[in-house]
Design a protein around this ligand. Structure first.
Ligand code: MD3
Ligand code: FE
Length: 224
């Protein structure tokens, strides 16, 4: 009997082979769950609005003193910050001088369910980095290595305008794969993919029905 409850599971029964076109393997331990967050996007954006009312998106300075083109904020126990002191996670928002807003339940559940779909049970993120892209904003090829726990995956959720995502190798010099990430797409990166170089091409202007002229990316992390 085919399992109907969970369209993202690939079932291999005696003669029942389900191939799910919404589940795309990019590499070992890296999977795109296309549209996985679409149905709850309106709720996610409501939660996002209350977070950003307390800790708004802002341009952090790189350690070299340049403003990032992407605007960032965080929620959860720890938030990502960058300034002349370097990249790191902090318990307080340097702008509000208060704790980062707590991670809303719908964020936690989405991250945990998506990680499970990709084979990572019991993912409990303690940080959600919110990246806001306007036209032209980009993220150069980099590795995420400021987290203490590299055994946990990173779950990323794309909202608003589409973007081209670059997925490279273990060296910056390796030519990256290029993928379009759309509103509602969720990507889970773990295991051998966790330390791969990756980036986002300059955002192409457009108008999204829910978010207008921007792209928002949520990345759920276990930092400690
Ligand atoms: C692959 N953000 O915040 S999310 C970042 O769309 C970041 O804003 C991009 O890279 C964005 O650090 C890409 C996809 C992503 C996130 C983390 C990864 C891909 C990853 C970690 C390892 C490998
Ligand atoms: Fe990254």
């Amino acid at each position: 009997m085919p399992k109907k409850s969970d369209p993202f599971t690939i079932d291999l029964f005696d003669d029942d082979i389900e191939i799910n076109p919404n589940r795309i393997k990019l590499a070992e331990d890296a999977v795109v769950l296309r549209g996985y967050a679409s149905a709850i996007a309106v709720d996610l954006i409501k939660s996002l609005d209350s977070i950003l009312a307390h800790s708004p998106l802002r341009q952090m300075q790189t350690p070299n003193g340049y403003p990032m083109s992407v605007r960032t904020a965080s929620c959860g126990a720890l938030g990502w910050v960058s300034d002349a002191q370097g990249y790191r996670y902090e318990r307080k928002d340097p702008l509000s001088k208060q704790s980062w807003p707590p991670m809303p339940q719908n964020f936690i559940e989405l991250a945990n369910n998506a990680a499970k779909e990709a084979g990572f049970n019991d993912f409990t993120p303690d940080s959600c980095l919110i990246n806001g892209y306007l036209a032209g904003a980009k993220m150069s090829l980099h590795q995420d290595k400021n987290e203490r726990d590299f055994s946990a995956p990173i779950v990323s959720v794309s909202l608003g305008l589409p973007a081209f995502f670059l997925f490279g190798g273990n060296a910056r010099s390796e030519r990256p794969q290029r993928h379009r990430l759309e509103h509602g797409d969720v990507v889970v990166w773990g295991g051998s993919s966790r330390m791969k170089f990756h980036g986002i091409e300059p955002l192409i202007d457009g108008i999204h029905q829910l978010l207008g002229r921007q792209r928002i990316n949520l990345t759920f992390r276990k930092v400690i």
